[in-house]
Design a protein around this ligand. Sequence first.
Ligand SMILES: *Cc1c(COP(=O)(O)O)cnc(C)c1O
Ligand SMILES: [Zn+2]
Length: 386
Amino acid sequence: MFESGLTHLECPECGRVFNADQVQTFCEDCRSPLLARYDLAKIAASVSRTHVAARPRGLWRWAELLPVREEKFRLTLGEGDTPLLSAPRLGQTLNLSRLFIKDESSNPTGSFKARGLCVAVARALELGRTEFVIPTAGNAGGALALYAARAGAVAHVFMPKDAPRSNQEEVRAAGADLQLVDGLISDAARLATEAAQGTHWFDVSTFKEPYRAEGKKTMGLELAESFGWELPDVIIYPTGGGTGLVGMWKAFAELESLGWIGSKRPRMVTVQADGCAPVVRAFQAGAQRTETWQNAHTLAAGLRVPNAFADRLILRALRESGGTALAVSDKEIVTAQIEMAHAEGLLACPEGAASLAGLRHLVKNRWVQSDETVVLFNTGTGLKYI
Ligand SMILES: *Cc1c(COP(=O)(O)O)cnc(C)c1O
Ligand SMILES: [Zn+2]
């Protein structure tokens, strides 16, 4: 039942093909992420969007478009199918008639990191790996620890020592090995790589394996379905490593190949914090690559990513979509957080609040028109940051 259509992995830079039924990481030649490819013609012939819509809720109802072959490996804590909330009161203050919030806070582990780690851990287990390592700004470590626990697997988590306490506690509670690092996610990454030398630990760092992006792709699939298979005009996404942005952009291409949507695409918008905005700087400079951001700081822990491994893919998605990138201050983030709770009853994480702060600028500059359909991403619950 619900057979994965996965065929192979591909390097988007050199086009080299990799066997998807072996454990793979990234293209060493290009230092690029690998993208999962599917037999979309076969999927289109065997399943319809109406079938998928009628299945029980959750991320695995998109199984044909996900990499896990055997049902018994489809790990779950109830992730996905988060609400798409209308935001009429916020919309009114922004003079937008069709404003929505895709609210990821109801995912297991309190953030959308659940989607990515669920699929990455599940696929690695299917390929025989049972011990994992991750460098994290916070939420990805929590999600790995809990999904590993769910699967009876082992997790090693390298996290900045000033990451939110909730993230540290969830890793400990799950019985994972927590290594607190004096520094940023980039320092955690270096230490994690060193520690993993000569072990069987599988590295599930952002885009260093192909399947976290596949899990996050389901946000794009859900949006298409929620809007009656016609995508919104603008998607505003608080961007760290860019997994969700790249994943959704890939989802839209797959949906069009399946004939489930047309060629209309949203303009994709990256919002970052002005204390760590490597994607914004590269976008504005017309560059293909980001440069490491020095002295990265922001209260939005998930955006404290000084360099994105998938920089080329993020920048391409922004440009191909006719989108943009902008930075907001921590002060604007805090204001937006209160505004969202007050106006819509949604206690967003700071990263989610950043997308609202970014939207405010875009409305002011008339980059967004009042009759356009706009989706803000709230990527996690504000409760994790208290
Ligand atoms: C990781 C994270 C982000 C950034 O997500 P990417 O897909 O890696 O860009 C945004 N918000 C929260 C709450 C996060 O944990
Ligand atoms: Zn390559």
